[in-house]
Each structure stands twice: as C-alpha cells, then as structure tokens.
Ligand binder design. Structure first.
Ligand SMILES: *Cc1c(COP(=O)(O)O)cnc(C)c1O
Length: 359
C-alpha cells in the first residue's frame, strides 16, 4: 500500500514534503556527513537547527519578545505537573474541566495546591464548552487553566476567558498552529508536538518572562522552567531529531502562508465534513455546533455494528485510524494541518457511498 489518508488523533499525519526532506537529509545533513540523530547537540549545526526552529515558531505565532520558547521532554503530561509546581506560588489555581486531558491536569495540580474547578461539561459527556462567568473566577489564583481543543471529544473554545491579571495557561496540544491566537493573552502555553507539529518526544512551552522564577529550590532541576530558559532548551540532551522535524514543519507552514492561511484551509476542511454530517441521515456529529473543533471531528451512526463495519471498510480503502476514542466510541476524524483538503473530500465521498449502500 502507498500512502494512506491517516486520520489518527496522535501521533498523526505529517506533511509529505517534510517527510521527503527528512528522507533526503537522513544520510548527510547539509554536508555534515551524518544525520541529525547522530550529531552532538552542542555542535554548531544543531545549534543552528534549534535556533531556527524557535525563530520560525516565533514568527508563525507572532510570539512577543517577553515570552520564552522551550523545547522540552515528557510530553503534555509532564506539563500537567510542571505548571503547578512552578506557578503555584500562593497555592491556588482555577481549572475548567472539559474532558480527560483537563481532568489529568486537575489531578496533578491538586498535588501542589488548591484547585477550583470553575466549570465542567462532564454532565453531558464533554460534548460542549461550558459558559464561563468571570464573577466565579478566583481573583487571587496563581493561574487559570484551560484545554483549548479537546482532542477526544472534538470541542474547542471559540473565545478565551477574560482572566484579567490572573495568567491564562493553556494546553494547546491538539490545536496549536491551527488557528490564530494572540499569545499575549496567555501566561503560558504548552503543546505536545505529535498532534499538529511533529513527532512525539518534544513538548513546546511558551512562557511569559515574569512567570519564570526560581523561588522553590525543592523542585527537581529538570522540572524547573528557569533552568531550561537559562540554557535555551539545552540543559541536557534535547529530543534532537523531534525538534529538527518540528523545524521542518514550521518551514513548511511558513511556505503555506502561515497560521492565517492554514486556518482558512482548516475551516474549509472542517466545513466539508460538518456540512455532510448535518445533511446525512446515517452519520451524526456528537458535539454542540457552537463548540465544534476544527481538528478532531467525532461522529456516530448510532449503531455500534454499523460503526465497526464503516471503520473496517474505510481502512480497506486507505482511510485509516478513524476509530473513536474508547471513552466516546463511534468514529473520529482528526484533520490536522497536514491533512490535505483532498483527504477530507475523499473521506466524505466514501461516507456518501457507504450511506447509500447501507440504507
Ligand atoms: C495528546 C494530548 C495530551 C497528552 O500528550 P502527551 O504528549 O502524550 O503527554 C495532553 N493534552 C491534550 C489536549 C492532548 O491532545
């Protein structure tokens, strides 16, 4: 089989152009005579790679100069702990519970201080983003945490909470670089790379300078933002190859016209699938319309056997990884930046055929 249309939630599809460049550079990166995997992270070559990746990400997201960019390890999971460890000075934070990832962030934060769950959509299996009333926010919280896009359920915030002086912290793992965000509205953003940026193994942290402090000596060295800021992500050996691929993805995205341009494409792609779901008598979306994700689109037929048959027949046609998360069931199409419009069009054509055949 050649290349498939890969709808995996993560690790997920990467731009073909990036894979080709990486392939071509595998044996000899830019005349170094070695692959990026084999070079010292202290070499001038690698220094150039990681600095360029940071510069391109800054460019793409318009990151203000008073923010630091870090390439760390341990995934978003480690950030669930690093955020409260480093940011909970007064020992209090507000969280919104919009699903499994928020819950994990909440339970880690509870180990370090008092967590107020301001709102939750658990009453309806996380199929919507709850309304947030600033009156209910803690004025003296160290930060306010949200998950901007809920990978498993397919919801996303369409407007950010107004947290005033309280820094807004966001898990942006599954929608970073998919739509425009004003970074200055956040105190800290973190995102695992393997959804919309690159391979697993690296998590990007964007942190406002004034939040980088070192008042708690008991925090393990590797879990302090300050250490990584001071050593520009090179305190220990970074995930060299993953950062390199992220860098290639950033260059690809710049060539595509940047975040505003890809946002248009993402809106177009999502509309193709949502419009079909809204018109189909077999397939249905599972999420409140106002909160629909551009990246992860869950849908069901309402009949488990039919869902299974669909997933199987789709895979045989080269539409793979469409099985929904085990906690939601049904199907989920993840259509990250690297999924071409043709992939979504082809999927919808297949869904139409399937519906006609199985009426
Ligand atoms: C995938 C995902 C995570 C977990 O990321 P890891 O890199 O596996 O730690 C956390 N949050 C969100 C929103 C995700 O989509």
């Amino acid at each position: 089989m050649g290349r498939v249309f890969n709808f995996s939630a993560g690790p997920s599809v990467l731009p073909e152009e990036v894979l080709k460049i990486a392939g071509n550079e595998m044996m000899d990166w830019h005349g170094s005579g070695m692959s990026v995997m084999e070079m010292s992270h202290r070499s001038k070559w690698y220094d150039g790679i990681i600095k360029q990746a940071e510069a391109d990400l800054r460019d793409l997201m318009d990151i203000p100069s008073n923010y630091k960019v870090l390439f760390l390890q341990g995934g978003a999971y480690t950030q669930f702990a690093m955020v409260p460890m480093n940011l909970m000075k007064k020992g209090k934070a507000d969280y919104v519970n919009t699903g499994a990832w928020s819950k994990k962030a909440i339970s880690e934060a509870r180990k370090f201080g008092k967590v107020n769950v301001i709102a939750s959509s658990e009453d309806s299996s996380f199929t919507y983003i709850p309304e947030l009333d600033p009156e209910t926010f803690s004025k003296d919280a160290d930060y306010f945490h949200i998950t901007t896009n809920n990978t498993i359920y397919g919801t996303r915030y369409t407007k950010l909470p107004e947290t005033g002086k309280v820094p807004l912290v966001a898990d942006m793992s599954s929608n970073i670089l998919s739509e425009k965000y004003d970074v200055s509205k956040f105190g800290l953003i973190y995102a695992g790379a393997q959804k919309n940026m690159g391979p697993a193994g690296v998590v990007v942290v964007i942190i406002r300078e004034d939040l980088v402090t070192d008042t708690q000596p008991e925090i393990p060295t590797m879990l302090k933002y300050k250490i990584h800021v001071e050593s520009q992500s090179l305190y220990n050996t970074p995930p060299c190859y993953s950062v390199y691929i992220c860098g290639l993805v950033y260059q690809w995205l710049k060539k595509m016209g940047g975040v505003s341009a890809i946002q248009k494409v993402n809106q177009e792609k999502a509309a193709i699938l949502y419009d079909f779901l809204d018109s189909s008598s077999m397939f249905k979306g599972t999420v409140a319309k106002k909160d629909r994700s551009l990246m992860n689109i869950p849908f069901i037929t309402g009949d488990k056997d039919l869902d299974a048959q669909f997933i199987q027949e789709a895979a045989a046609k080269g539409f793979v990884n469409l099985k929904g998360h085990r906690s939601v069931g049904g199907m989920r199409a993840s259509i990250y930046n690297a999924m071409p419009v043709e992939g979504v069009q082809a999927l919808v054509s297949f869904m139409k055929e399937f519906e006609a055949k199985n009426k």
